[in-house]
Ligand binder design. Structure first.
Ligand code: G6P
Ligand code: MG
Length: 213
């Protein structure tokens, strides 16, 4: 299908900024505290997935069963460690080409949105100094159902006042690509083609779109 891109909606972690590595380090530390290992391959399953669901997957990997109070404690601990990394972040951690591409879209009249499962998204945009590059920010605090449900992207399209079939999503997670397709939007995978099989096309990073002009 050929579509006119009137709005571009971006995932945050792994597309605009490499926070995926900090999520990974914090989850790994939690797993190690509870006596099991957590690999980068395991981490692929957590990309784009909410904090609560991520913890459930982690517990599955460690074959651990814990009560709800312990679950809350574990999720809070992971977030505390994650925030330690985030507080130290600055604009040097914006991924190559991301700010430039957003700027170019703006000058070409394309609306820009953020569609992230992260409840920390506004804080991260603020730390990076790029909040103003987005016309709409939809994060994990604004929707109930997270990716692969289409809600986060549909909400962004509604806030941008652009019909879903004129929106293109940029995503590094399989769950995010599925969410975009369910929303009836174009889906550009950012990362390894092997991890993003359902995407309409896959690029290595937003910098590639600056090269092709
Ligand atoms: C993003 C990341 C996930 C993360 C989720 C929730 O989608 O890809 O790895 O679990 O956000 O993030 P939060 O900052 O709310 O824990
Ligand atoms: Mg992501």
């Amino acid at each position: 299908m050929i579509r006119e891109m009137r709005a571009a909606i971006f995932d945050l972690d792994g597309v605009i900024v490499d926070t995926a590595k900090y999520h990974y380090l914090a989850w790994k530390r939690l797993a190690n505290e509870y006596g099991f290992d957590f690999t980068e391959a395991d981490n692929e399953r957590l990309k784009g997935v909410s904090r609560v669901r991520s913890l459930e997957i982690l517990l599955e990997i460690g074959r651990l069963r814990v009560d709800e109070i312990t679950k809350d404690k574990m999720a809070a601990q992971k977030n505390e460690w994650y925030l330690d990394y985030i507080q130290r972040m600055d604009s040097s951690e914006i991924l190559p080409g991301a700010a430039e591409y957003l700027g170019r879209l703006h000058s070409n009249g394309v609306r820009t949105g953020l569609g992230s499962a992260s409840k920390n998204a506004p804080l991260i945009l603020d730390r990076l100094g790029i909040s103003s590059l987005f016309d709409a920010v939809v994060d994990g605090n604004k929707v109930q159902r997270t990716k692969p449900a289409p809600d986060v992207f549909l909400r962004a399209a509604a806030e941008l006042e652009i019909s879903p079939d004129c929106c293109v999503v940029f995503e590094d997670a399989e769950a995010g690509i599925q969410a975009a397709l369910r929303a009836g939007m174009g889906a550009v995978g950012v990362g390894e083609p092997a991890n993003l099989k359902e995407a309409d096309m896959v690029i290595g990073g937003l910098f590639q779109l600056m090269i092709v002009g």
